[in-house]
Design a binder for this molecule. Structure first.
Ligand SMILES: NC(=O)c1ccc[n+]([C@@H]2O[C@H](COP(=O)([O-])OP(=O)(O)OC[C@H]3O[C@@H](n4cnc5c(N)ncnc54)[C@H](O)[C@@H]3O)[C@@H](O)[C@H]2O)c1
Length: 265
């Protein structure tokens, strides 16, 4: 579909100051939607929003840590204030730092952080988003899971894999939500995508001195960010995307499952 098919709609996005979230925000702006972004990277977020607002108010930014209810609520309230409501919620903020941590210190904060940012935040944001979307008469939530939500990345990615399996499981629980309040809950499951998140996992680029974990990251194949954006737009725009799970990743292999839409790329 081309043209401003989402004109008049408003999307809230978490973790969209850069990377996959920014690419989805670009596509939403292109399609005519307004966007409201919450992130920790304030200067990048502010600059992005300024670039969207050159021909009139289309976007807003607020510092929002997705692990904190107060900041999530403020993010969605900003969308209400600026654009009168929310139709689309993209729950994308996530981290992969400390993925490789089986043999590291027994550190509470380190081991809880990934679950807080990648899992608990999706639960918190879904609760807040559902209230706003239902008030609007319906809408769609799309979370960023991962192929690691289904497959094992091995010991070195174990905590990240656990976090994304949880996002997939949480998403699958909402197959009857459309009949309750007309809200669809779906997830995109990207393979490796070249973003800052990936770069931060292999500070050593030299494949002769890199650790086995860094070599895994360096040598894994990549999915294009455009392919990931296409998956988000399909789940946003195609209202039939409820009640089944489309497996469409990598070799474009297709299988159908029951329950919510998880779109693999
Ligand atoms: N890049 C990949 O290969 C890949 C693959 C599968 C899934 N994902 C998922 O895609 C999502 C986006 O990742 P990316 O690759 O674009 O990485 P990225 O690091 O470029 O983007 C992540 C964004 O989330 C923000 N963020 C982190 N913690 C936050 C918090 N507590 N509150 C608010 N914002 C926060 C960051 O500031 C950043 O802007 C993540 O959920 C990630 O797990 C990425």
């Amino acid at each position: 579909m081309t043209g401003p098919t989402l004109k008049g709609k408003t999307a809230v996005l978490t973790g969209a100051a850069r990377g996959i979230g920014k690419a989805v925000a670009d596509a939403l702006i292109e399609k005519g939607a307004n966007v409201v972004i919450g992130d920790l990277l304030d200067s990048q977020g502010e600059a992005l929003v300024a670039s969207y607002n050159t021909d009139g108010k289309r976007a807003a930014y607020i510092h929002a840590d997705v692990t904190k209810y107060k900041e999530i609520v403020a993010l969605f309230q900003l969308a209400e204030k600026e654009f009168g409501g929310v139709d689309i919620a993209i729950l994308n903020a996530g981290i992969a730092s400390n993925s490789n941590n089986l043999f590291t210190d027994l550190n509470d904060l380190q081991d809880e952080r990934m679950i807080d940012v990648n899992v608990t935040s999706v639960i918190k944001c879904t609760k807040v988003a559902t209230l706003h979307l239902a008030r609007r008469g319906g809408g769609v939530i799309v979370s960023t899971a991962s192929v690691a939500g289904f497959h094992s990345g091995g010991i070195s990615l174990a905590p990240y894999t656990a976090s994304k399996h949880a996002v997939v499981g949480y998403t699958r629980a909402f197959d009857i939500l459309p009949s309750i309040c007309n809200v669809r809950v779906n997830a995109v499951c990207p393979y490796w995508v070249e973003t800052d998140l990936i770069t931060s996992l292999h500070p050593d680029d030299d494949s002769t001195t890199a650790t086995p974990f860094e070599k895994l990251v360096i040598n894994s194949a990549r999915t294009k960010i455009e392919t990931v954006v296409e998956a988000f737009m399909t789940l946003i725009e195609d209202e039939s995307r409820i009640g089944k799970l489309i497996l469409d990743y990598y070799e474009k292999k297709k299988r159908e499952f029951r329950k919510v839409d998880l779109y693999f790329v």
